[in-house]
Ligand binder design. Sequence first.
Ligand code: TXA
Ligand code: MG
Length: 344
Amino acid sequence: MEIKETKHWTVDEIGEAAQKLKKGGLVAFPTETVYGLGANAMNSDAVSGVFDVKGRPHDNPLIVHVNSFEQVKDYVVALHPYAQKLADTYWPGPLTLICQTKTDLFAKEVSAGLPSVSFRMPDNEATLMLLKKAGVPAVGPSANTSGKPSPTTYEHVYHDLQGKIDGILDDGATKIGVESTVIDVSDPEQNPMILRPGAITKEQIQQDLGIEVSYDKHLLETSETPKSPGMKYKHYSPDTKVLMVKKQDWPAAVHWVKENNLCAGVLAGPRICDEVRANTAATFSYSDDSMLAATRGLYAGMRALDEGQLSLDVILVAVLPEEGLGLAYMNRLKKAAAQKYFEG
Ligand code: TXA
Ligand code: MG
């Protein structure tokens, strides 16, 4: 693979980044969820490059990032009756719509053989400007090495992809920290179905739009051939072993660490971090005890505690209530921990 000089672009340098993107370069961009690895969605070489540098399996389709829903209408075959309403309500924002699409309008790698393409309008002004200036829709998988925690800062992207991509548009840390909700509206006859939980929740959509939305958590976590191919791969994991710890199990977990002389890292809210700090090797505290602080800090914390010089034996991560945004948090955490809980 050719070694590239990975540029650092500030938001004042969007024009340069847009030119690169348009001409087939690989340009990472910020969004409100995680950083994405952008490439011109019409350019087969560029899109192939995205799979290569991430080490992404080729059967895992990409999200196309657009700067309006009008743009999506040009590509869609059978528009779902609720698609427009969903976009009007949540775009720009962390909701990805899977639509029945004229897939041949895009590079063939985008849809990975499926009869649909997913679209999202990210809530980040710099990236919306980047898309506008480039004048092309851009694929944007999370800008990490496949299988690693998604990047929520410029530094995370640089760590994983330096030398492999043309540049990174830096707009600081992302606001939400976990990837968008993916909702399937490809069949106009069926109710929208959530395929990946995110910051826009099933309850919120049902309440705002007065429609039925399906979400089968068990199926998504256990099925061998899930509807959203990305969900079947081991994901988001640091190299260090991750164990999930339930609220009532922290005293037992700390006892286990001491008894076995383990070098343990803890990723949790400030209250738990304060309690365990004296007895663990490293703590990474979410900025406060809210659920949003937890999603924002989850990947960043796993990356920080995975740093080589810490040489931790295990990372203990707080289990949080699986409701609302907590569904997205737990969905990612369970994958990082390969479903393993600390058993007291
Ligand atoms: O928040 C996000 O969505 C971020 C930011 C950068 O926009 N992007 C992101 O992309 O998370 P990625 O590629 O890491 O995840 C896309 C997910 C995968 O699970 C993929 O399988 C699914 O969406 N997906 C994409 N297109 C699909 C399609 N046509 N049918 C079913 N699933 C699809
Ligand atoms: Mg990803």
